[in-house]
Write a protein that binds this ligand. Structure first.
Ligand code: NZQ
Ligand code: ZN
Length: 389
């Protein structure tokens, strides 16, 4: 078993009314804030006004960067960094879903760099500093509120790259499940698919990549997503459902459950190629890829983990043969994603054909081997993509 460091330095305010602490927390970092948000959902919900009231009451001078897209673009990173440099911003406040949070993280890093923010994604410059980041989360999905990662798209090169840099970890995050009541059925489904994938990416690991306690924790979180996502879709203002999804989104990816991970993620790199080229919703791409990846990697050497997943998560009869349980667990995963969440089940359905599969497969494995639960080369990835058609 690997050694690890546990360090999740984000203060979390969870629940309704916690926003009352926003002004105090943001102003602790200085007087000039850059408020970053997306396409307007926070204005419709009234959250923008509540945030502004807090900042004004705390005596903050507020600048704004709006229009951050889903699958955020590097152009927004550069625009935000320019404001930070020009206005000498002290603190960044990200209000929105994962895209807004991710973009804000790179704005904070690019504020200390004079070139193109894309250089940071290309690892051409180290990220040693970042402006302090406070987040107000409005969509349970990525876990960006409690991790140091972020994913940015470059439409010119058709790349989507994710990196993790400890200085980008949010200092404070506000998680109010009632702010997610307005999330659409579709985005709730996609967010839940993303949370599930974060868990599966760290659950399917070679021997030594987890431990009993962490397995139980992950299985519990997977069951939580499967129980509450359909409820939140049917009853958008179901507090218990929204709260369970929100806290699970944070803990699925904050480094605790995956502390021992001894292999790379696989569905995410494959999906990022899909959203890089076709600008699809991340959770939708993951839903299509995941069951195909499962079928592709299932064999006698990998079946034991699928067996455990099938028995502990879906309650499949443990006396059945290992391979039968494994196969059933994959069917039940697909049924959850396409049946209960109602997501499109093939790339063909969403208008994607095989014309870019070669380049996508090449990029997903970086031209080498993706060292996942089962190592995959470019040909393997191409086959998985073909299974998604
Ligand atoms: O832009 P606005 O108007 O705010 O609308 C958004 C957007 O259209 C809307 N929305 C958000 N909160 C809402 C709401 N609509 C109504 N009510 C609310 N309360 O939902 C749409 C999608 O938002 P987005 O932020 O794009 O979704 P998500 O949170 O799923 O973020 C996806 C991005 O995060 C990356 C993905 O690749 C993708 O680019 N990821 C980030 C990770 C990380 N930081 O660790 C890990 C993930 O694996 C993922 O790759
Ligand atoms: Zn994800």
């Amino acid at each position: 078993m690997n050694s690890f460091v546990y360090d999740i330095p984000t203060r979390v305010y969870f629940g309704p009314d916690q926003l009352d602490n926003l002004g105090k927390e943001v102003s602790a970092f200085g007087k000039k804030a850059l408020l970053c948000y997306g396409g307007g959902s926070i204005k419709k919900s009234g959250l923008y006004d509540r945030v502004m009231a807090q900042l004004k009451a705390a005596g903050m001078e507020v600048f704004e960067l709006s229009g951050i897209d889903p699958n955020p673009r590097v152009s927004s990173v550069n625009a935000g960094a320019d404001i930070c440099k020009k206005e000498k911003i002290d603190v960044l406040l990200a209000v929105g879903g994962g895209s807004v949070l991710d973009c804000t993280k790179y704005i904070g890093a690019a504020a200390y760099y004079d070139g193109d923010g894309w250089d940071i994604l290309l690892d051409k410059v180290p990220v040693e500093q970042c402006l302090p980041i406070v987040t107000v989360l409005t969509l349970a999905a990525t876990g960006s509120e409690m991790d140091s990662g972020g994913v940015i798209s470059n439409p010119e090169t058709k790349d989507k790259i994710g990196r993790m840099f400890p200085p980008m970890q949010p200092k404070v995050s506000f998680l109010d499940p009632t702010e997610t009541y307005s999330v659409s059925k579709y985005q709730t489904a996609c967010g839940s698919s993303d949370i599930l994938s974060h868990l599966l990416e760290i659950y399917f690991v070679p021997e030594g990549g987890s431990m009993y306690m962490l397995d139980c924790f992950m299985e519990g979180m997977i069951k939580t997503v499967m129980k509450y996502a359909p409820i939140a879709m049917e009853q958008p203002d179901h507090y218990e459902a929204r709260a369970n999804l929100m806290w699970t989104s944070s803990w699925a990816i904050n480094g605790f459950a995956g502390a021992l991970q001894n292999c790379e993620w696989t569905c995410h790199p494959i999906e990022h190629e899909l959203s890089a080229i076709y600008d699809i919703t991340h959770g939708l791409g993951l839903a299509i890829v995941t069951p195909r990846w499962m079928r592709y990697v299932l064999d006698v050497t990998t079946a034991h983990r699928f067996y455990q997943y099938g028995v502990n998560v879906f309650g499949i009869d443990p006396s059945l043969p290992e391979m039968e349980v494994a196969e059933k667990s994959i069917e039940m995963t697909a049924d959850f994603l396409f049946g209960k969440l109602g997501l499109a089940s093939t790339l063909t359905e969403i208008g994607i054909d095989d014309s870019n599969f070669d380049i996508m497969a090449e990029k997903a494995c970086g031209g080498g081997i993706l060292q996942g639960y089962k190592p995959l080369n470019r040909e393997d990835i191409r086959k998985i993509l073909t299974m998604c058609l």
